[in-house]
Write a protein that binds this ligand. Structure first.
Ligand SMILES: [Zn+2]
Length: 410
């Protein structure tokens, strides 16, 4: 069985894995790196018998419309992943137009993509052109799947995985297999206790509101905004939700079986105000106690409106809830205390804090996943500190640290 990463082997972004086995060519994920401008994985082979998309984050699914250019390739994903992929692809075209770079695909490609999806469910199996793949829940975000390809060997592709259940999604259930291709975002790092993080987060929000400020909570639209919404459920604050998360909420509510508790999620969504117009945004910016909004890394989106209104107010706070990539405004804010908007650098005087709401397994949970699968070979991907995990596991099984483009046998 031959493997080749088109991207995402030793970095977080632009993931794509080609597996060649018994005359078949299979693709797992095809994503972008949402930098400004974005970067893309290597080109696809000329034929792919079937493609499997683990979940609807841009680094895993952002290039799906390109896959639909191959004649007849079916693209397998859960129903919620197909719906959010469509939303992200259309939003990407809009962002490309606004930022002035050439998008990698057209709206016609997105149209074709819709007709190429084959929907599946965690717990199910897919057979297509003699290819048999089992689907297992990956935790992480609604609809996220791990795949087990039954070929010359049983190969598991983890996508992004979280062993612990969250407010939003049930825990991952890793399948058994011979070869495990696993993400390693948090190799060498552990997360703080989630309950403690959430308590501190709620306390900081309450403190901000009590002193008359606004708590601005930048959050990624797909998964994070919803988890934060649930973490704030029942606090009684005047909460406003802005940005693409509103559309993602509707998709999640239309696919309740992917949620840990769909009734609870519906109550949480109904208990907050959603910003539906620029007038409402102005009102929310002035009057809202808590704002949950995109962009999660402060590089664009409605969050900048709220920051512009409150950055001089020491009673207010910016409470980051996600990974801040190097070069982003969020990273600059943490490291240097400034953000740059339209070439102008400002130094917010409000409080700035970061909370770890990560939906990726930490180091020891990654080791647990490896052991639970019973794999004899581990291929580490989707991480920039893979050695930490490789060092911890080398005595137990074969560990491969592939580089992009390199073809290797397992
Ligand atoms: Zn993800």
């Amino acid at each position: 069985m031959e493997l080749q990463f088109l991207g995402g082997a030793s970095e977080i972004g632009s993931l794509g894995l080609v597996v060649r086995d018994q005359g078949r060519t299979i693709l797992f994920d095809y994503g972008i790196t949402p930098s400004d401008p974005p970067s893309y994985p290597r080109p696809l082979p000329s034929t792919i018998d079937a493609a499997f998309i683990s979940h609807a984050h841009l680094d895993h699914t952002g290039m799906s419309p390109i896959v639909s250019r191959l004649p007849k390739t079916r693209i397998v994903a859960t129903a919620v992943t197909t719906a959010v992929t469509d939303l992200l692809a259309r939003d990407n075209l809009k962002v490309a137009r606004l930022e002035g770079y050439l998008p990698p695909y057209t709206s016609d490609d997105i149209q074709t993509l819709r007709s190429r999806f084959t929907e599946t469910d965690p717990g199910g199996s897919v057979r297509h052109h003699g290819i048999e793949v089992d689907v297992a829940p990956a935790g992480h975000i609604p609809g996220a799947a791990m795949f087990r390809y039954r070929g010359a060997k049983d190969l598991i592709f983890s996508g992004d995985v979280l062993l612990q259940a969250t407010h939003l999604v049930p825990a991952a259930e890793p399948p058994k297999g011979d070869v495990l291709v696993m993400e390693s975002t948090y190799a060498g790092r552990e997360h703080p206790d989630r309950k403690v993080t959430e308590r501190e987060f709620r306390e900081k929000v309450a403190e901000t509101v009590a002193r008359g400020g606004q708590a601005i909570v930048p959050a990624f639209a797909v998964g994070r905004a919803q988890e934060v919404l649930l973490a704030l459920q029942g606090t009684g604050h005047d909460i406003w939700l802005d940005g693409m998360a509103k559309k993602v909420n509707s998709i999640y509510l239309n696919h309740p079986r992917y949620l840990a508790d769909s009734r609870r999620f519906r109550r949480a969504v109904e208990s907050v105000h959603t910003v539906a117009s620029s007038e409402e945004r102005r009102h929310a910016a002035r009057e809202g106690e808590v704002i949950i909004t995109t962009g999660g890394m402060l590089d664009g989106g409605p969050v900048l409106t709220y920051i512009a209104e409150h950055y001089k107010d020491p009673r207010s706070s910016i409470l980051l809830t996600g990974f801040q990539v190097d070069g982003s405004n969020g990273r600059q804010l943490i490291d240097q205390g400034t953000i740059t908007v339209d070439g102008v650098t400002i130094r917010p005087e409000c409080e700035v804090l970061k909370f770890d709401f990560s939906a990726h397994a930490g180091h020891s949970d990654l080791i647990r996943i490896v052991r639970d699968t019973g794999a004899k070979t581990l291929v580490l991907m989707h991480g920039d500190q893979r050695e930490a995990l490789a060092d911890a596991l080398r005595g137990e099984l074969d560990v491969v640290l592939p580089e992009n483009g390199h073809r290797f046998e397992v």
